[in-house]
Write a protein that binds this ligand. Sequence first.
Ligand code: NDP
Length: 450
Amino acid sequence: MNNYLEKVLTDVKNKNSHEIEYIQAVDEVLSTLEPVINKHPEYEKIALLERMVEPERIISFRVPYINDEGQTIVHRGYRVQYSSLIGPYKGGLRFHPSVNQSIMKFLGFEQIFKNALTGLPIGGGKGGSDFDPKGKSDGEIMRFCQSFMTELQRHIGQDVDVPAGDIGVGEREIGYLFGQFKRIRDAYEGGVLTGKGLSYGGSLARKEATGFGLIYFMREMLIANGNQSLKGKTVTISGAGNVAIYACQKAQEYGANVVAMSDSKGCIYDPNGIDLDLIKQIKEVERGRIFEYKNKHPEAQYFECTGEDSPIWNIKTDIALPCATQNEVNLNSAKKLVENGVIAVGEGANMPCTKEATEYFLEHNVLVAPAKAANAGGVATSAIEMSQNSMRYYFTFEEVDKKLNDIMVNIFKSCQDAAEHYNLGNNYVAGANIAAFRKLAKAMKAQGIV
Ligand code: NDP
């Protein structure tokens, strides 16, 4: 790393020493930028990197609500308005007990790069709460969402900051949040939240977008590396949430054999091919656990997740798609996957591979589709939802899906071009970071010292 990059990274580590995930995300990006920074010594004078690693604003707030037993519970809410360089802050809300400032900042930081890659006018932000929606009644979820929005509403708007869903925040939660926003602001401002239900301003294909987009990116990456297709490939997918389910659907449509999916408690292995309708029934309708899959398919195997190493990565596969959460693929898992002959890894979740795992894959010629690029289809389609809301118009499913496909093809091309330009071969991890950074740096230079 050159001196300037080293200095910025050291500062970030010193100033945020307790924010492990945030440091990891910054380290991952800075460690790929050397060729660009070497070409632009003028960036140091205008503190371009220092500005990029400091969020514009962090909002933290109290979220009290009353549970079904009549007890008042207090949670902490966040919104990190990371960067408005290229558009209104845009990024999801996560409700999960692990949520803290470090996780919000890492997600916000990654979001600005991801959003830049989409080519659409959206800045970066992220928010959420340490509230756990699991096991809560609809009434509790509604009261929590209303309380959360009562505070958040003063900070957002369709031209200011546009939240969406993430882990633990799906269509149900977005509905309650939107209802409360409208009630307080006394105006229908459809573009203030994305991931809305279809009956009140949502976009067709938004639900499918991140998973479908991941597979479109994977398709392009395979073609660019020897004309392979997904047909006949064995695929394992961690998670059984929004991203995982629709990645599975598109992979199956392309003729892949998806043999395993998981949730936070364990994974199911069905060599005959995952029965996706059943997964949807268990996870989307009944909000149950993945081990219930065995009730209908007793021939499938269930492996409980007991430690840090998820059992899903021990299963032999051609393509691994981590679609659950950050740091779910560590070095041990990476070694196991390589030993079992994996050819490509597609990051559906944000930062699912540790830095060591990613490096191990690249060293062993495993293709890596990095999250910032490969899962950008969700936010890109959110931006398409915003456009439809502004136009007071709806596109058909096919129209949105076609736009999504074109965007993913372009994102892959940007990563490929940047990697080639700097002689980095098929290192799309570096390619994605560089392509996004160049766009952000240009916008930052153009807007002066702010
Ligand atoms: P969901 O809440 O719909 O699903 C998350 C899935 O991951 C669930 O199956 C959940 O299991 C599992 N999971 C969550 N936390 C953990 C954990 N700590 N350990 C193991 N498994 C876990 O979330 P999404 O599908 O929306 O998001 C998944 C990932 O994709 C996240 O990293 C998110 O940031 C990223 N992403 C999402 C986008 C979107 O459009 N939704 C867009 C871009 C990125 P369980 O049911 O047991 O909790």
